[in-house]
Design a binder for this molecule. Structure first.
Ligand code: UTP
Length: 282
């Protein structure tokens, strides 16, 4: 691996069915649900870009075309509003389109997050890369969550996952780590388990939707059998990587909204609406 710690690639697994948000996600991708006036995936891409990643790879599936259209020029619309005040509303997305390259690959069968990440191997190649699950919407005023993971990667050069302390009642919704804190907020992973029963969870430190992965993960995923719910779990592959090599977990500064659930989505909407209001009132 090169001595350069810059990470340029970030992938967005976005092929899931979003069943927790039905019927809204019946014909519309979960990643396109808007929090106030911006779809979830745009928040995610903005976070990646702020962390220095401009090579964006999106893993899509059937019915996800609107994601591709969002990161493209819309000639008719843009011509229509050209010269009006409304043009300003497209300035952020235009900047992303100019700064980034977007590549797409399709996951033919939804066999789990590990499988979705493996599908992106051809987009990623042999370099470390970021992974953002756009339905986990993260905020932080100074260094965003992906930037925090990149900083840990730059120091230790191994895969890094973002974790947060969750309620003991909630552990069965997450991958949960068994770790040892080696510096403030950074844990060496000794084990991890996907969606454990409450009484079997090794801790209450849950993995959320931000990762920096080294490319050796692809070979490990390929050799990993299906796990919980018959899906190819990234948690299982990372556990193997932790045993062979080293995996770190970073308890990030900031706040996360689980926008894959109605509750988290409404909380995020309220939060971002306050910001939207104060901008409009200013
Ligand atoms: P989720 O566990 O949130 O699954 O996946 P989901 O299908 O999107 O949503 P629910 O639980 O049915 O409501 C976590 C992330 O992994 C992606 C999803 O798109 C989401 O971003 N994913 C999951 C894939 O890309 N492919 C898969 O096979 C599974």
């Amino acid at each position: 691996m090169s001595s350069d710690s810059t990470i340029k690639k970030c992938i967005f697994p976005a092929a899931g069915y979003g069943t927790r948000f039905l019927p809204a996600t019946k014909a519309m991708p979960k990643e396109m649900l808007p929090v106030v006036d911006k779809p979830l995936i745009q928040y995610g891409v903005e976070e990646a870009v702020a962390a220095g990643m401009t090579d964006i790879g999106i893993i899509t599936g059937r019915g996800k075309r609107s994601v591709e259209d969002h990161f493209d020029i819309s000639y008719e619309l843009e011509h229509q509003i050209s010269g009006t005040k409304k043009e300003e509303q497209l300035s952020d997305i235009r900047r992303l389109i100019e700064e980034c390259t977007f590549s797409y690959t399709r996951q033919i069968e939804m066999l789990g997050l590990g499988h979705a990440i493996l599908t992106a191997e051809t987009l990623v190649g042999n370099a470390p890369f970021g992974v953002i699950l756009a339905d986990d919407l993260c905020i932080n005023a100074q260094r965003n969550v992906m930037q925090q993971l990149v900083d840990v990667y730059a120091k230790y050069r191994c895969s890094v996952v973002a974790i947060e302390e969750v309620d003991a009642e909630e552990v069965d919704k997450y991958g949960v780590i068994d770790g040892q804190e080696i510096e403030d907020g950074v844990f060496k992973v000794n084990g991890m388990v996907e969606k454990p029963d409450k009484d079997k969870a090794p801790s209450t430190l849950a993995i959320i939707g931000r990762y920096v992965l080294t490319p050796e993960i692809f070979g490990i995923i390929r050799a990993t059998p299906p796990g919980k719910n018959g899906e190819l779990q990234i948690t299982d592959a990372l556990r193997t990587q932790a045993e062979r090599n080293m995996v770190l977990a970073c308890r990030f500064d900031g706040r996360r909204f689980d926008c894959g659930s109605v509750h988290g989505f409404v909380e995020a909407t309220n939060y971002f609406y306050q910001i939207y209001r104060s901008r409009k009132d200013a």
